[in-house]
Ligand binder design. Structure first.
Ligand code: ATP
Length: 292
């Protein structure tokens, strides 16, 4: 096999809590990660020479190619597994960039999975996940997919039973939100409204859709919403259009909404586009197929 195509799926956080700060400045988190069927397309071609060549087709700027997570993942794989040949990779970007949807991490995960196959490295998913951690805390989840609890700094993963499949509306406003700013301004005291992640896990296990919607929560909204009111406006717009729950994903600024039926979700998509609140709007679904 000399070439491969891969779909690299985005994630949303159904729940995100920050439990404390570690001495090294990192934050202890407790999050529910969920893959969705919004994806980047990647194409991989083996090369006889040792070069890694990356080309990108993206509406949003992705910065320096040498710093792209795809390039860094390919370099890591080549070095760690002493691969002599090179690889040519083309990325067609669809996932909103710097949006709290793990776009870069999922591209890196797809690169590691594809190179494992193309170069017949014979690594298990767990072995790849261990390597992936060196590049970023979200990448192991992107290798695994499905639904998972992430603890520690996001790297300690526990697989959960599949989430109820439902339509998911994604809306990203045109603002940029710095992850560093959000975490630096997060106040953790007795006033902090922490989501009940354990209750959320129970709802997922029991396939209780109303329970999931009631217990979804993201502690980082306590920073982003006062600073970027458009996030609250998008949430309200989704709820008015019939979403059963609406929340910011990760450190934002993307907002997602869960719907019970496809028709309501399609109407909500049209209404969100018409509102002009969000620059990028997509309708997708929960994606539960895990990687082998
Ligand atoms: P997370 O949810 O993991 O915090 P994110 O969705 O907020 O991630 P990304 O879309 O991964 O953020 O992009 C963050 C930054 O990473 C971008 O500004 C971009 O410069 C850089 N980056 C590197 N590689 C990629 C890639 N393949 N796709 C998108 N961004 C990338």
């Amino acid at each position: 096999m000399d070439k491969l195509k891969y779909k690299a799926r985005a994630k949303v956080n159904l729940g995100l809590d920050v439990c404390g700060r570690l001495p090294n400045g990192y934050h202890k988190v407790k999050m529910i990660m969920q893959a969705i069927d919004l994806y980047d397309e990647l194409e991989f071609n083996k090369r006889k020479d040792p070069d890694i060549i990356l080309s990108v087709d993206s509406k949003d700027p992705l910065g320096d190619i040498g710093n792209n997570l795809i390039f860094r993942a390919a370099k890591l794989m080549k070095e760690y597994y002493s691969i002599k040949e090179g690889i040519e990779i083309h990325l067609k970007k669809h996932i909103p960039v710097a949006a709290g949807m793990a776009g870069g991490s999922t591209d890196a995960a797809a690169t590691m999975l594809a190179m494992n196959e193309l170069f017949e490295l014979g690594q298990t998913r767990e072995q790849l996940m261990e390597q992936a951690l060196r590049l970023g805390a979200d990448i192991p989840f992107c290798i695994q997919g499905g639904t998972a609890l992430a603890e520690g700094i996001g790297e300690k993963l526990t697989q959960l039973p599949p989430m109820i499949k439902c339509p998911v509306l994604i809306a990203k406003p045109s603002i940029s939100v710095s992850t560093k700013f959000v975490y630096q301004n997060l106040k953790l005291d007795e006033q902090t409204n922490h989501p009940d992640i354990d209750a959320l896990m129970k709802d997922i296990r029991e396939k209780d859709f109303d329970g999931v919607c009631a217990h979804m929560g993201n502690v980082l909204e306590s920073v982003t919403i006062p600073n970027y009111p458009v996030i609250a406006e998008i949430k309200q717009q989704m709820m008015r259009s019939g979403a059963k729950a609406s929340m910011m994903s990760g450190s934002g600024p993307t907002v997602f909404g869960l719907f019970e039926d496809g028709e309501t979700a399609k109407r909500a998509l049209r209404e969100m586009k018409r509102s002009g609140l969000a620059k990028q709007v997509y309708l997708t679904t929960i994606y539960n197929n895990r990687r082998k």
